[in-house]
Design a protein around this ligand. Structure first.
Ligand SMILES: [Zn+2]
Length: 704
């Protein structure tokens, strides 16, 4: 049972008890009044009885005075007393008749005696008025009157005693009734007091409980308020009509930019609430607060806040849900907003860093692949082809060129170009390039002036990176860079240019290293297969090449001719002019041979003044013509040394052709040698094609 019910019950019991007390009090008073009335009535009767007795005595005394002394005034006194006695008796009778305990027999007897005595007394008075000599008679009357008086007095005494008893009984009863009333009232009064005390106690308890509940509610409110105040997230609450009814301080700060108090259609525009793309405004119905009001929960929604007044965009992570009261009824919606701008920025930076790392990894992969290909190149020309193939990809489709410094270091020539690069001169002096002059990358908008070899009108959009390896500058990587200018923002342009520079430098480093390696390799190879004096191949190379050419010719059913060529009288020449001039002569002859043969042919110094040539895909006749032109050219050389002419130089040569004169290198060399001897024997300055002797011819027939 609740305290309220208990209090009510106690209070009602107290009220009912009070009612009962009232009733009892009323009843008691009425009872006491009745009792008092009865007592008073008994007293009136006794009083009337006393007066009657007095008036009777007065009448008797007046008659006696008159009869003794004859005073006429006593007649009036007698009459008055008689009348009063009768009147008093009437009163007594009346009172007695109202009394519930009437004793009429006694009164009737009393009345007859009273009347008899008054009549007697009256007769006595009348007698005395008529006659003065009535002594005897008067004495008789006296006696009779005394007797009657005695009877009357006795009756009246009895009556009085009875009435006094009645009075005593009634007074006792009235007293008892009064005391009972007092006891009941006291009991009920105590009860009322107790119930009122109980009610008071319950009320106090209820008040204390309420006070405690109110204090605790206030503390709860205080706690909630301090939680809201100290919350770093914004908290916004709207009632079911969409009116904003609560914001914590952070929420107030957010709202301060555009004080909107209602979730209207204009709400997203006024506060600048955009979707993830930063361009599309939210619709009001899509906002978490609207969805919360519609009864939905929304979590993890990101909102880009771009204040209409301008300023840095801010990112919010929003969660919301319906607001329910303790009975579970919807009464509005609540949203929590967390500022995630820093996290978002960090995410973006991370994304950029990842993209950059990805780009760098791809770049590194491409460069390493390019490097591998360069390493596999057999000669410098191949490496130029490789550069033309790979560099457009690595350098982002920008036109460019590899320009190589020649061996005399006075010219730079374009060796490879890609994407129709046309803004650099194909040949220029090394000093025309600031990059080459300074030995570091040069170009771009920050450069003070353009290189002279660059001929584009907007000449600043280029990059020259020197190719430096092992301390030697080999050339230049030239890249046109108009593409970077197309980037969407100045930062992006700078980024693109920096990326290009980084890549170009990496490419230049690899190309330079590869070129240096190839150059070195070529030098080593030349040293092993070339004759240092004439620059022609040596004998070892000739043997290798001859085998290779014979295999190829065998496969393709073609001819290969071998020529053995010798300077006539070289010993004599050496003896006459000295070895130095002899060396010059050998170089001159080598030069003529190189000039007169085709690119695919091989010329070598076989030893001393003897040379040999491999003329590919040529029969004896063709070879003869070629060698003859060499012989003619040499014969007409006009050589001088120290102002002295060296005279006419002649050569002798022998030709052997695969497969007719031999099927392997040994046979061919032997056949060509034999032909050479035959030419020598025939007087020199002539050429002989191999003619088999009988024995060898027979052998050849058999094998054929
Ligand atoms: Zn340059």
């Amino acid at each position: 049972m609740t305290v309220k019910n208990k209090t009510n019950i106690a209070f009602f019991v107290a009220l009912i008890t009070l009612g009962i007390i009232g009733w009892f009090s009323l009843q008691g008073n009425r009872n006491t009044g009745e009792k008092d009335h009865l007592v008073s009535h008994a007293r009136d009767i006794l009083e009337a009885s006393e007066l009657l007795r007095s008036h009777m005595y007065g009448a008797s005394a007046a008659r006696r005075a008159y009869t003794l002394w004859g005073d006429p005034r006593q007649i009036d006194a007698f009459n008055q007393a008689s009348k009063s006695a009768l009147a008093e008796f009437a009163t007594l009778r009346k009172l007695k008749s109202e009394d519930p305990e009437e004793e009429s027999s006694s009164l009737a007897q009393m009345e007859s005696i009273m009347n008899e005595r008054l009549t007697l007394l009256n007769t006595s008075v009348e007698l005395h008025r008529n006659t003065s000599d009535d002594r005897k008679q008067q004495a008789a009357y006296d006696d009779h009157s005394t007797k009657l008086n005695a009877q009357f007095t006795e009756l009246l005494d009895v009556f009085d005693r009875a009435e006094q008893d009645v009075l005593k009984q009634r007074a006792t009863a009235a007293q008892a009734s009064y005391q009972r009333g007092v006891r009941i009232n006291a009991f009920l009064g105590v009860s009322v007091f107790l119930f009122l005390m109980l009610t008071l106690g319950l009320l106090n308890r209820e008040l204390a409980r309420r006070e405690h509940a109110e204090r605790s509610a206030a503390e709860q409110k205080d706690l909630l308020q301090s939680v809201l105040d100290s919350c770093s997230d914004a908290v916004i609450v709207a009632d079911s009509s969409g009116k904003i009814i609560l914001r914590n301080p952070v929420g107030v700060r957010y709202n301060a930019r555009a004080p909107v108090e209602e979730l209207s259609e204009e709400y997203p525009r006024l506060l600048g609430l955009y979707k993830n793309d930063r361009e599309t405004l939210f619709k009001t119905s899509e906002l978490p607060l609207s969805r919360a009001l519609a009864g939905e929960s929304a979590h993890g929604l990101e909102i880009c806040v771009r204040p209409p007044a301008g300023g840095e965009p801010q990112w919010m992570l929003v969660a919301g849900g319906p607001l329910l009261n303790s009975r579970g009824d919807k009464r509005g919606g609540v949203v929590f907003l967390r500022d995630i701008t820093d996290r978002k920025k960090a995410d973006e930076q991370l994304t950029v860093a990842l993209q950059e790392a990805d780009t760098l990894a791809r770049e590194s992969r491409e460069l390493s692949e390019f490097g591998d290909w360069l390493q596999s190149c057999q000669n410098i020309e191949e490496s130029y082809k490789m550069a033309e193939t790979y560099l457009p990809g690595i350098l982002g489709l920008r036109p460019g060129a590899l320009c190589i410094i020649n061996s005399s270091r006075d010219l730079v020539e374009s060796a490879a170009t890609w994407n129709s690069c046309s803004t650099t001169e194909p040949v220029f002096h090394p000093d025309d390039c600031w990059g080459l002059r300074r030995g570091k990358p040069y170009g771009g908008p920050a450069s003070p002036m353009a290189c002279s070899h660059v001929r584009a009108s907007d000449a600043m959009n280029f990059l020259c990176v020197p190719l430096v390896a092992n301390g030697e500058t080999l050339g230049l990587l030239y890249v046109e860079d108009k593409l970077s200018l197309l980037a969407p923002s100045p930062q992006a342009v700078t980024f693109e240019q920096a990326t290009l520079k980084r890549r170009a430098m990496a490419v230049a480093e690899r190309v330079a290293l590869a070129l240096a390696n190839l150059k070195l390799r070529e030098q080593l190879r030349n040293q092993s297969i070339r004759d240092p004096l004439t620059g022609l191949y040596n004998r070892r190379y000739l043997e290798e090449s001859l085998n290779r050419e014979l295999h190829r010719a065998n496969r393709t059913n073609r001819n290969v001719s071998l020529v053995m060529l010798d300077l006539d009288h070289f010993k004599h020449f050496n003896d006459t002019f000295g070895h130095q001039v002899g060396d010059i002569l050998l170089k001159e002859v080598a030069g003529v041979i190189k000039a007169r043969i085709r690119a695919g042919d091989v010329a070598c110094r076989f030893g001393g003044e003897e040379f040999s040539l491999i003329i590919a895909e040529a029969n004896s006749e063709g070879t003869y013509k070629c060698v003859d032109s060499i012989r003619e050219t040499i014969k007409h050389l006009s050589l001088h040394s120290r102002g002295q002419t060296l005279g006419t130089i002649t050569i002798s040569a022998g030709i052997a052709t695969f497969p007719v004169h031999g099927t392997n290198s040994e046979e061919l060399i032997r056949a060509a040698d034999e032909s050479l001897y035959r030419a020598k024997n025939a007087g020199r300055d002539c050429i002989r094609v191999y003619e088999p002797t009988e024995a060898t011819a027979n052998l050849a027939d058999k094998t054929a």
